[in-house]
Ligand binder design. Structure first.
Ligand code: C5P
Length: 224
């Protein structure tokens, strides 16, 4: 039984990778499984929150009582998130949003050999994707924004930098990509005051701890 520390609160969560189409059959994506974001959605719902989960392409069941919106690309994710952001108390960005997308998506499958015998290697021009977390954090009255940082080294240093660059109160660092697809994780919570480590545990246990931490922060957010 989980205490209802988020009763009456609305949480918006992004999870999973995004998929950026090159043509109708190919695309750019990454190895995010969505497990951490789905665990947070489940833990928040258990804690009594009204939860909306905006999910990239993942193979995970929707947690009980959670409203789910499925999207593919970063731009789809931004479009789903923005109209909802201001009506929520908390925005948790766990999604591993693709940094770049093909500058153009081809309407038809790119053929391997346009002319017989001729080796044609297509060149892929990329465009930068919108930063969903930074866009939400820049709203005049943003929800309490929580970002994630998956780093392979210097976790706390990068998490601190990311917190300032995106202008969010809390960044949760984890040692990715080692954590991708795993059931266990180690988290470090980085805020303006310092760091707090949540020791290695399964993602649902960590999600429940994070939810308690967020509930505590909400009691003083926005700071006057
Ligand atoms: O520095 P990086 O962009 O990897 O920061 C990761 C954090 O920012 C995560 O919370 C991720 O969900 C969010 N993000 C986002 N939109 C992007 C890139 C990252 O919301 N385009």
């Amino acid at each position: 039984f989980q205490p209802k520390v988020l009763a009456g609160r609305k949480l918006l969560i992004t999870a999973g990778p995004t998929y950026e189409a090159i043509d109708p059959v190919r695309g750019i994506t990454n190895r995010s499984s969505g497990k951490m974001g789905f665990a947070i959605a489940r833990a928040a719902a258990e804690a009594g929150a009204d939860v909306t989960l905006v999910a990239g392409p993942v193979h995970l069941p929707t947690p009980l009582g959670v409203r789910r919106i499925d999207v593919m690309s970063a731009r789809d994710m931004l479009e789903a998130v923005m109209p909802l952001a201001t009506s929520h108390d908390v925005f948790v960005a766990t999604a591993a949003v693709a940094d770049w997308r093909p500058a153009q998506t081809q309407a038809h499958k790119i053929k391997k050999n346009a002319a017989p015998g001729e080796a044609q290697v297509p060149h892929l021009a990329l465009a930068e994707n919108p930063d969903i977390l930074a866009t939400v954090a820049a709203l005049p009255q943003p929800p309490l924004c929580v970002g994630f940082a998956a780093e392979s080294q210097d976790l706390v240093k990068h998490a601190r930098e990311k917190r300032q660059r995106k202008n969010v109160p809390l960044i949760v660092g984890n040692l990715g990509p080692a954590t991708f697809g795993q059931d266990d994780n180690t988290l470090v919570l980085v805020d303006a005051r310092g760091e707090r480590e949540l020791s290695r545990a399964d993602k649902l246990t960590l999600a429940r701890e994070l939810v308690r931490d967020i509930a505590q922060r909400l009691t003083t957010y926005p700071a006057l």
